[in-house]
Ligand binder design. Sequence first.
Ligand code: HEM
Length: 199
Amino acid sequence: MVLLVAGIDTSSTTLEWAMSLLLNHPTAMERVRAEIDANVGQGRLLDEQDLPKLHYLQNVISETLRLYPPVPLLVPREASKDCVVGNYDVPQGAMLLVNAWAIHRDPKVWVNPTKFMPERFEGWSGEGYRLIPFGAGRRGCPGVVLANRVIGLALGTLIQSFEWERIGEEEVDMTEYLGITMRKVKPLEAMCKVREPMP
Ligand code: HEM
């Protein structure tokens, strides 16, 4: 039950944010499609083995998780002894909340933090605690590998198989709902048509 609760909303929310970002950035959508066409072609659906070759798709997912982490405040921690965090004295027993959302948008840590720039992850080796949508440490998310694969497969096959467009001229509304998981206030509506030839 815990796996289902922790894994479903988080993964589906990420997919919705990623698709919304791509609809607002058609050049990035085109680049994902071109990468899939070049590496997989249109004769078959992409599968798990293709994912390591689809770097830009992976970068889109990382950038989505940076801007819209589904768990914006990580699971609360309790200080096991007195300590100092960022010049603040934290007494033993105090509850600590890590604001991943704020770290992901901190201009001291990221260039153009509010801009959607998947290419910022080209050649990135994941150093430091700058990108922590899955938390960190011993209680970090155990579903990280599964989540990346499921989201990569879902987003990749949707883009491989369909042409996607916004429902009008207006950009997709990106207002965030601040709850335990961060969803879109306005669920995504989009138009799609089957690509010819369909894989
Ligand atoms: C985009 C998808 C996902 C995101 C963003 C996400 C994020 C997180 C975060 C932030 C935590 C708390 C980690 C911490 O505070 O350090 C967590 C915990 C957890 N996640 Fe995920 N998760 C995702 C998908 C999944 C999936 C697919 C599963 C399993 C099928 C899963 C299972 C769990 C479990 C069991 C925990 C609790 C671990 C513990 O308390 O020791 N998650 N997740």
